[in-house]
Ligand binder design. Structure first.
Ligand SMILES: Cc1cc2nc3c(=O)[nH]c(=O)nc-3n(C[C@H](O)[C@H](O)[C@H](O)COP(=O)(O)O)c2cc1C
Length: 179
């Protein structure tokens, strides 16, 4: 069961990417997470290029997701919204027939106490508009990131580990049901 995990932050010391790395470690067989870390290679979305002349980086991105059993997107909140690099990537996926009903979990990690809710909620809307199957039981908001991770960005908070584990199990359950 291959799950592609996308961080909405391209920052080297990103808490959102750190949560996804923790998810990689927590995932139990047959689930296997693969981190997609190429957001910066995707050019600015241009609808004129969606049919022909699709850039190679976009072709690879679409193929990776199409071949997956599910997707996790974990994103910070920038200026009360979805970070531009992530939204740009998603714009390239609008109308991808291979992704219709793809099970997806939305996660957000923030240093503030709101847990990135103003990115989390629009992400659910955007993915639903794209006809992905957002699995709310597999979705998660993590506030106060600095308390949850140590200086090496290892997830140290037991409650968050448990919540993450439960979320991964919920996603695995939906994927199995679809088989
Ligand atoms: C440009 C920018 C805008 C931000 N806007 C918000 C915001 O609207 N709300 C919020 O809670 N945090 C905001 N933050 C703080 C981020 O939540 C925090 O930096 C978080 O650690 C970013 O995620 P990352 O560690 O995965 O990169 C912002 C940070 C940046 C750099």
């Amino acid at each position: 069961m291959k799950i592609v995990a996308i961080s909405g932050s391209v920052r080297k010391e990103s808490y959102n990417s750190a949560l996804l790395r923790a998810a990689c470690d927590l995932a139990e067989a047959p689930m296997r997470l693969e981190l997609y870390q190429q957001l910066v290679t995707l050019p600015a979305f241009d609808p004129a290029l969606t049919e022909q002349l699709v850039p190679d980086a976009v072709v690879e991105f679409r193929s990776l997701l199409a071949a997956s059993d599910g997707i996790i997107i974990c994103t910070p909140e920038y200026a009360h919204g979805v970070p531009g690099a992530l939204k740009n990537a998603l714009d390239w996926l609008v109308d991808c027939a291979d992704l219709v009903l793809k099970p997806a979990a939305v996660m957000s990690v923030a240093t503030s106490g709101l847990g990135g809710v103003r990115s989390f909620c629009p992400m659910v809307q955007v993915l639903s508009a794209m006809n992905w199957q957002v699995v709310i039981e597999a979705s998660l908001q993590v506030p106060f990131a600095k308390r949850r991770f140590d200086d090496e960005l290892q997830l140290r908070d037991e409650l968050t580990r448990q919540r993450l584990s439960i979320a991964l199990s919920a996603l695995a359950r939906v994927v199995m049901e679809l088989r």
